[in-house]
Ligand binder design. Structure first.
Ligand SMILES: [Zn+2]
Length: 310
């Protein structure tokens, strides 16, 4: 009998980790484009909507009307895609807690890892995030439930409280384990020896890197990770699409030791030498960086690791 494999296409839908970026460019248009691509292939995606950004925009919208416009558009784009059959689940970047805004730039002072926040704060963020999604989507489909979670920057383990907290709020799946990755900044994380990297499993409730001996109230669904790193694949894809004249790559001030396009982290500067926010690991950000090369000088740091925190 043929083996059937169920794949879930997920996307962490969010601004950059420091709060920078234009939601229209980074979120709204890419989501609509992904929905179009999915529709062509009869695929339904599951988007991990970062809720702290939206909650923060709402809390500042009376002082800054453009944030209300973005927050309204966030809801419009989400509900539009939801009506098309796509799913939205919970994603939390806790660094938005206590955010400061001057009308142009965000300062996000809180830790990136939800595990570094007090349990009560983590509980409040989860509750508010679930409420945001369910209040928005249940009027469209009454059976909608927020049942899945992905931690910002993948930070789920080890923790003495996080999985219990999620289960207590009826979250049934966690998708934060990525076997093989490790970071020291901006979060401390080490999943190099996670026991499962592909199949769903019941986790040790205090350390989701380990498989539990028996049934647990939550299931971990690992996020697939390519041994070579996703940016290697992006580089191959980019090479296929490269300008035959090679002009685009010649604009980039790469060091000679750096492999070709998309192989490292990007730091962009405008024509006056002002640094733009660091580009992270998502494909959308990398695409954005590639498209901005006509306007910006793009420098690539040779990577110690190929994937950045999500
Ligand atoms: Zn994220």
């Amino acid at each position: 009998m043929a083996t059937q494999i169920y794949l879930v296409f997920t996307d962490d839908w969010e601004l950059r980790g420091d709060g920078s970026g234009d939601p229209t460019q980074i979120q709204f248009r890419p989501l609509q484009e992904l929905a179009r691509i999915f529709a062509e292939r009869s695929i339904r995606g599951s988007f991990n909507a970062e809720v702290m950004q939206q909650l923060t925009f709402r809390s500042f919208q009376d002082r800054y009307p453009h944030l209300k416009d973005w927050a309204d558009e966030w809801e419009r784009v989400v509900t539009e895609a939801f009506r098309q059959g796509h799913d939205f689940q919970l994603h939390i970047h806790p660094q938005w807690k206590g955010a400061v805004y001057d009308g142009k730039r965000w300062i996000l002072p809180a830790p990136w890892s939800i595990l570094e926040h007090p349990r009560v704060d983590a509980a409040r963020m989860i509750t508010e995030g679930i409420k945001l999604l369910q209040v928005l989507l249940q009027p469209i489909r009454s059976g909608y439930r927020c049942v899945s979670f992905r931690a910002g920057a993948w930070c789920i383990a080890p923790s003495g409280f996080m999985l219990d907290l999620l289960a207590s709020q009826d979250i049934r799946f966690d998708m934060s384990i990525v076997r093989g990755i490790s970071y020291n900044f901006p979060v401390q994380l080490d999943y190099r020896h996670a026991e499962e990297g592909f199949f769903p499993f019941y986790p040790d409730m205090c350390d989701a890197r380990r498989i539990a001996a028996g049934k647990k109230p939550i299931v971990c669904i690992p996020t697939a990770c390519f041994p070579e790193g996703p940016l290697v694949l992006l580089r191959r894809d980019a090479a296929k699409r490269a300008d035959p004249r090679g002009n685009k790559q010649s604009e980039c001030k790469r060091s000679a030791s750096c492999p070709p396009l998309f192989s490292g982290r990007h730091t962009c500067q405008d024509r006056r030498g002002r640094s733009l926010p660091r580009h992270g690991g998502s494909q959308v950000e990398q695409e954005s960086c590639r498209k901005s090369r006509a306007q910006y000088s793009c420098q690539i740091e040779c990577p110690a690791t190929l994937a950045g925190p999500a």
